[in-house]
Design a protein around this ligand. Structure first.
Ligand SMILES: Nc1ncnc2c1ncn2[C@@H]1O[C@H](COP(=O)(O)OP(=O)(O)OP(=O)(O)O)[C@@H](O)[C@H]1O
Ligand SMILES: [Mg+2]
Length: 462
């Protein structure tokens, strides 16, 4: 099933349509304002000119009577005035002027009037709009002064047309542009959708396509890709762990089974007892492997990160050394501590003690020198913003080429096969270091191994 790729339904398109709507509304408002103001201004000018002309003529009539008025009108016409005049008597009979409207009686008195006239030109006659004032003079003479507003009207028509075309163009470009942008956007979303489907169907190494433009979609794809990389690494880790666990448990389980089978063939009750005891020891070893794997998994999930607290690592070093020193002496070796209080780190007592125990355990197991038991030194110092906890021995150490490898799960060096172990101890130390934002560094103690756990210093609360 695929997402509906209709650009018209996309949010990009809806958004651009909304913008377009606002754009059009504000354009209409602005242009409308300009248009009506222009029209108003032109009409007012027009009316003022006509009004002045009417006033002048009324004045003439007042001072010089009808004769004077007619003469004044004729003078204006001869002087090629742009105005139109008409003077009629009470019966509507035409007295003077250059304007002929037969229905002058029907026109309302003392008001602005709009009417059409026909003008002759080379091709016949054309209609023109006239705006004028119909003035009622004493003795019912009627004076009309008007002006041909055809040019003005044509001008307004042109403006209106430009206005409509502009709006239509903006609408078409807005909708078309919105459509194209949405289609382009949807194509990229579809590409991302396709990739995620492919990844969901098992191709964990698949990645989201990026256009290289660095825009928000690219950034989204990039962070998704980083996430996918992380997931792929985790899944790979899980696969390795499960195959390693299966592989590692098969040998002890087969041995256990063989031993029980052999014991069943015997009748000797003492033999049963030894078998049971060995079986118990074997199951303990199996359980400890499981526990170690579970602890590492839990540490790596980062769940514990929320309940860390500031504590003094020195106290943990003391506890571990106190616990293991007698054992070291029993094995003809020594375990000494070299640290002072004040090694504050943000951590958790149990997991830090576990990590330290693993390092001490390794030193005791593998750190024996040819001259006798393992001589182990545990130390803690503050260096810059780091707390460095070191466990060093004088044994054979680990070759440089194997140092990165031994931190992985289930890795044991060939020389150590004779000793018990699962190869999980150092992995757990690495997981603890990772959880506490620190790191584990394996160095040479010349001779021997020097395991350093670097943790960030944390100022104690209060
Ligand atoms: N102090 C050391 N000196 C020499 N080799 C070491 C030392 N510590 C670790 N190693 C080598 O690194 C390997 C991995 O160590 P790690 O602690 O992870 O596993 P392990 O000790 O074999 O088993 P586990 O700790 O699970 O009981 C060991 O098997 C050993 O070969
Ligand atoms: Mg170990």
């Amino acid at each position: 099933m695929r997402a509906d790729g209709n650009p018209l339904k996309s949010s990009t398109f809806r958004l651009s349509a909304l913008y377009l709507l606002f754009f059009l509304l504000s354009t209409i408002a602005l242009l409308g304002y300009i248009y009506f103001n222009t029209v108003g201004l032109l009409q007012r000018q027009n009316e003022e000119t006509i009004g002045a002309e009417v006033a002048g003529l009324v004045d003439q009539y007042g001072t010089q009577g009808l004769e004077g008025l007619i003469a004044a009108i004729n003078r204006r016409i001869e002087a090629k005035s742009p105005m139109l005049f008409m003077l009629a008597d009470a019966q509507g009979a035409y007295l003077a002027g250059n304007l002929h409207t037969p229905s002058i009686n029907a026109l309302p008195d003392n008001q602005w009037i709009d009417f059409a006239i026909r003008l002759g030109d080379a091709d016949g006659t054309v209609g023109h709009q006239v705006r004028g004032f119909n003035m009622q003079l004493p003795q019912d003479y009627q004076l009309i002064v008007g002006q041909d507003v055809e040019d003005l009207n044509q001008f307004l028509i042109v403006i209106r047309k430009a206005f409509y075309w502009g709006l239509a163009l903006a609408l078409a470009m807005g909708l078309g542009g919105g459509y194209l942008i949405s289609r382009n956007f949807l194509r990229r979303i579809d590409a991302i959708t396709d990739s995620s489907r492919e990844i969901m169907h098992g191709n964990l190494s698949g990645r989201m396509p990026t256009s290289g433009s660095g825009d928000e979609l690219d950034r989204l794809a990039q962070s998704l890709n980083e996430m996918l990389g992380q997931i792929e690494k985790l899944v790979q880790g899980m696969r390795e762990v499960s195959s390693n666990v299966a592989h590692d448990l098969r040998t002890p389980l087969t041995r256990l089974r063989a031993r029980i089978e052999a014991a069943l063939r015997q009748e000797n009750p003492n033999e049963y007892k030894t078998t049971m005891e060995q079986t118990l020891a074997d199951s303990d070893a199996l359980l400890s492997t499981f526990n170690a794997v579970l602890s590492i998994t839990q540490l790596e999930s980062g769940e514990q990160r929320s309940n860390l607290q500031v504590l003094d690592a020195h106290e943990i070093l003391e506890d571990v050394v106190d616990l293991y020193a007698p054992l070291a002496e029993e094995n003809h070796g020594a375990l000494v501590l070299n640290s002072t209080p004040g090694l504050f780190v943000r951590g958790k007592r149990e997991i830090m003690a576990q990590a330290l125990t693993n390092l001490v355990d390794n030193a005791m197991k593998y750190g024996e020198s040819k001259s006798g038991g393992a001589r182990i030194e545990v130390s803690g110092i503050k260096q810059g913003q780091d707390i460095i906890i070191t466990v060093s021995d004088n044994g054979p150490g680990i070759p440089d080429s194997d140092k990165p490898r031994v931190l992985q799960r289930f890795v044991r060096l060939d020389e150590s096969r004779s000793k018990p172990g699962n190869g999980l101890g150092l992995s757990l130390v690495a997981s603890v270091a990772n959880l506490l934002n620190g790191k584990i560094i394996l160095k040479s103690n010349l001779p021997g191994l020097r395991a350093e756990l670097h943790l960030p210093y944390a100022a104690p609360d209060g």
